[in-house]
Each structure stands twice: as structure tokens, then as C-alpha cells.
Design a protein around this ligand. Structure first.
Ligand code: HEM
Length: 218
């Protein structure tokens, strides 16, 4: 691809080579970076896989308590490759959480959260929170017994907050109990509000990492 006629055509017009050399092919990183430095990048790869498989599932999924379960069964049994796309999305959600936790553990172990990277850490904590919210909201979507009771227990947690706890529970559920409005709300959080927040946070996370450079191993 690079060096081919299409690349040369674009390079003559947009001067791509200096840009690529600066950012990719000649970017300097510490020589002794170990495999653990890949964990942030792998979390990003998982996010992209989840977005891609999520788009495919969206073509058939119906966010309605009467149709949600049937539409997931339809994807799994009738749609070509549907079962594997659905499985990748489900396993991918768990894998992404594990990878983000491992990335976080590496940062904590090497104390990389210290000056000048305090805000990398803060944006990272927000990314971890949004990743878990993505998993939690997605879990309700198939509308199974497990997902119903999972959402019921999960949404009860803010009820422990003094004074305003009950109001928060009511707000999250869009009513007194888990029902069609909860499903609609979780669906919109899962397919666009949370991914949009995550994309913004990741942009910030990466921009800050580019400014400070990656930390040198101890
Ligand atoms: C969706 C979640 C996340 C993605 C996609 C992501 C991505 C990345 C990438 C690609 C890097 C550079 C390579 C590396 O050091 O691994 C990085 C670095 C960093 N991340 Fe994350 N990250 C995420 C979550 C977090 C979390 C949860 C924390 C901590 C609470 C965190 C804190 C940091 C810090 C402090 C660095 C700088 C590392 C250094 O300079 O060596 N990130 N992140």
C-alpha cells in the first residue's frame, strides 16, 4: 500500500509521508517497553471490535420488551454469521473490562499516575466507569430473566445514597420498576450516549499521552 500508485497520488497532494513518519513509522518510544505497554492499545482494539459488531447487531435488534428476546434469537439462529457476531460482542465486553483493568493495574504498579500524568489517570478512571456502564446497559438488552434481575439489582445500588437515593433509582429506571422505558433508556445509553462519551474521553486520553510521551520504564 505505502509506495503504491494510490499512495503516491495522495502523497503528492496531501504530503502524507512526513505525517506518517512523525506519528507512526519513526516515532520514538523507550527501547525497553515491555508487553504490558500494549494493554492500553489492546483496550482500544477491543473498543473498535465492540463498535463494529454492535453496528451489525443493530441491524436486527429491536429495543422492545415484546420483541427484544426474539430478535436476539433471530440473530443467533437465522442471520448468516449472526451467532458468531453476537458471541464476539458478548465475550468482547468481558475481555475489554479485563484488559482495561490490567492496563490500570500496570499504571498503578509503576506509579505512572504521578506528575505530569495525573490527568491521564483521571480520564482513565472516567473511561473505566463508562466501560462498565456500557457492559451493564448492554446486559439488559436481550431481555432475559438474568438481564432483568441483573438490572433490577444493579439499579438498586444508588438507592443507598442518603436523601436523593430513591430519586436516582427512579430516574435510572425511568419509573418505579424495570420496564419498557428502562429498556429504551438503556438502549440509547448503550448505542450512542456512552460510546460518544467514550470517544471524547479517548481523544483526550490519547492527546495527553502524545503531549507527555509514554513513560520510561523504571
Ligand atoms: C477504554 C479504556 C482505555 C483505553 C482505550 C486506553 C488507552 C491507552 C493507550 C493506547 C495508552 C498508551 C499505551 C499504554 O501505556 O498502554 C494509554 C496510556 C495511559 N493510560 Fe489508558 N486507556 C484506557 C483506560 C485507562 C484507565 C482505566 C487508566 C487508569 C485509571 C488509564 C491511565 C493511563 C495512563 C496514566 C497512561 C500513560 C502511560 C504511560 O505514559 O506509560 N487508562 N492508555
Amino acid at each position: 500500500m505505502i509506495g503504491g500508485p494510490v499512495y503516491r497520488f495522495l502523497d503528492e497532494r496531501f504530503r502524507l509521508t512526513p505525517l506518517l513518519e512523525k506519528n507512526l513509522t519513526r516515532k520514538l518510544v523507550p527501547r525497553t517497553l515491555g508487553w504490558a505497554a500494549c494493554l492500553g492499545g489492546l483496550s482500544l482494539v477491543m473498543f473498535l471490535i465492540q463498535v463494529f459488531t454492535g453496528f451489525l447487531l443493530l441491524m436486527y435488534y429491536q429495543p422492545n420488551p415484546l420483541r427484544a428476546w426474539d430478535s436476539v434469537m433471530f440473530i443467533k439462529s437465522n442471520v448468516a454469521m449472526g451467532w458468531i457476531i453476537q458471541r464476539i460482542h458478548g465475550v468482547g465486553a468481558n475481555l475489554m473490562i479485563v484488559l482495561v483493568l490490567m492496563h490500570m493495574a500496570r499504571i498503578a504498579y509503576h506509579k505512572i499516575y504521578r506528575k505530569p500524568r495525573e490527568f491521564h489517570w483521571v480520564s482513565g478512571v472516567l473511561l473505566f466507569a463508562t466501560t462498565t456502564f456500557m457492559a451493564f446497559t448492554g446486559y439488559l438488552l436481550p431481555w432475559t430473566q438474568l438481564s432483568y434481575w441483573g438490572a433490577k439489582v444493579g439499579t438498586e445500588i444508588p438507592g443507598a445514597v442518603p436523601v436523593i437515593g430513591e430519586a436516582i433509582v427512579h430516574w435510572v429506571r425511568r419509573g418505579p420498576t424495570i420496564g419498557p422505558d428502562t429498556l429504551g433508556f438503556f438502549f440509547s445509553l448503550h448505542i450512542w450516549i456512552l460510546p460518544a462519551c467514550m470517544s471524547g474521553l479517548m481523544g483526550l486520553h490519547f492527546a495527553m499521552i502524545r503531549r507527555t510521551g509514554i513513560s520510561k520504564p523504571l
